[in-house]
Design a binder for this molecule. Structure first.
Ligand code: LLP
Length: 417
């Protein structure tokens, strides 16, 4: 459930009409509902109340400081994948004891920075990384708490670009190598095996793959215990999907928690979860202005001031995002159209062959479910300043990141002389 709805035919974020924000901020802009964000976090966290757990929101989904701060105040920890994300979570005052560090390519400098911040767990993805962490922790006179990220070889049945738990993916340690690597970890002087981690993919719409993966890693936990390597943490990653359209409704976080907790019954561990999309996806929209409506030979194009540099998901994954008029009218015909951006690529679309109310130049539209992997994947392609970001709390809104200026884009460039 989110707090975007029509009141008097104007689409509101909580109590603020989006056209009012557009008049003050310009378009395109991302608009986040703080109330929705808090609600999603609370629903997710409450679902796991029966067990000792830590929610580590996955920063990559949306790393804006206002989002991180809202979640940190709610008690969230963070799943980071870079030194940059570490600096962001430090900026919102998150202690290291609530940070886990994932990713296949952690650099020496990133590992050192995470060791300095005394993070909770390094989710280690290779033999080489394990040895590197051991060496660097040794130099700093520290012991690094680690989990091995296990690749359970389970098909998450999602888009191939966002599936991570299959044998052919670059992620994690192959299940058959896990025991040997844990033995090595236990023998090293400057790492302590503390946990086991697994993340199989994103935008999952059924529970079976999660349960299958959990069954495999649970067995491993038991074997490790027998081998004298007891682990305190089990990190099950993120991946729960959100309803982008009415056709595919993923399970509610409560059903997800029930399925996992049933499988975990009797296992004494602290559970870590790394949700991203399910927390922030439907807490944000992208508001764009219509520049032109063009009659092509085959179809109509609604050309907006937001493009694939602002929201890459449709271009990259053929993702569906619902598009709504910001001001609703009932005297409009329905048309079949592509909603496209100004970028010089045919892949630059926000929606393809979509039935929509007729739009006119100068009107506003809202792209729903844009809170996750929207702004965080945006770029300056075509020398376009990145959009402004706005947060709403009840009847108040504030710009939490101003629109970039073209001057900023060229600020640090020089000519070659
Ligand atoms: N943990 C790890 C180790 C991850 O790699 C990810 C996402 C998450 C947690 C959070 O997953 P979530 O709960 O958000 O599904 N750009 C793509 C999604 C890429 C996901 C990458 N990893 C998209 O726009 O669909």
């Amino acid at each position: 459930m989110d707090y975007f709805r029509y009141l008097d035919n104007r689409l509101h974020c909580e109590q603020v009409p989006l056209d009012q924000i557009a008049a003050s901020v310009g378009t395109p802009f991302y608009c986040y509902s703080q109330g929705t964000l808090e609600r999603h976090f609370d629903v997710f966290s409450r679902a796991f109340a029966a067990v000792d757990h830590l929610i580590c929101y996955s920063v990559k989904a949306n790393s804006s400081l206002a989002i991180l701060d809202t979640l940190a105040r709610r008690g969230s920890g963070f799943d980071i994948v870079s030194g940059g994300e570490l600096e962001r979570v430090k900026r919102v005052g998150c202690p290291g004891s609530r940070v886990v560090f994932s990713g296949v390519g952690k650099s020496g400098a990133e590992i050192q920075a995470a060791l300095e911040h005394d993070i909770l767990l390094f989710n280690v993805e290779s033999h080489g990384e394990l040895l590197r962490i051991n060496t660097l922790a040794g130099r700093m006179g520290k012991k690094a708490p680690i989990a091995l990220r296990i690749n359970p070889d389970v098909d998450p049945a999602t888009h191939p670009y966002i599936s991570t738990g299959l044998r052919r993916n670059k992620f994690g340690i192959p299940h058959p190598q896990a025991m040997e690597l844990y033995r090595l970890a236990a023998s090293l002087e400057h790492v302590i095996p503390m946990g086991l981690d697994c993340h199989i993919g994103s935008q999952l719409t059924t529970l079976e793959p999660f349960v299958d993966a959990l069954k495999r890693v649970k067995q491993l936990l038991i074997e490790l215990r027998r081998a004298g390597i007891p682990l305190r943490y089990l990190d099950l990653g993120g991946g729960l999907g959100i309803p982008y359209d009415a056709q595919q409704i993923p399970p509610h976080p409560e059903r997800y928690a029930e399925a996992l907790l049933q499988e975990l019954n009797g296992l004494e561990i602290t559970l870590i979860l790394e949700p991203g999309r399910v927390i922030v996806g439907n807490a944000g929209v992208l508001v764009a202005g219509v520049e032109y409506v063009k009659e092509g030979e085959e179809k109509r194009f609604i050309i907006t001031d937001a493009g694939m540099n602002d929201l890459l998901r449709p271009a990259l994954y053929d993702a569906h995002h619902t598009i709504l008029p910001v001001v609703r009218r009932f005297d409009r015909e329905e048309i079949l159209a592509d909603v496209v951006g100004p970028i010089c690529e045919s892949g630059d679309f926000l929606a393809k062959d979509r039935v929509l109310p007729e739009f006119h130049a100068g009107e506003l539209l809202a792209v729903r479910s844009a809170g996750a992997y929207g702004f965080s994947m945006s770029s300056n392609y075509n020398t376009r300043p990145r959009a402004a970001e706005v947060m709403v709390c009840q009847d108040r809104f504030a710009v939490v990141r101003p629109r970039e200026t073209i001057h900023q884009l060229m600020e640090h460039e020089t000519l070659f002389t």
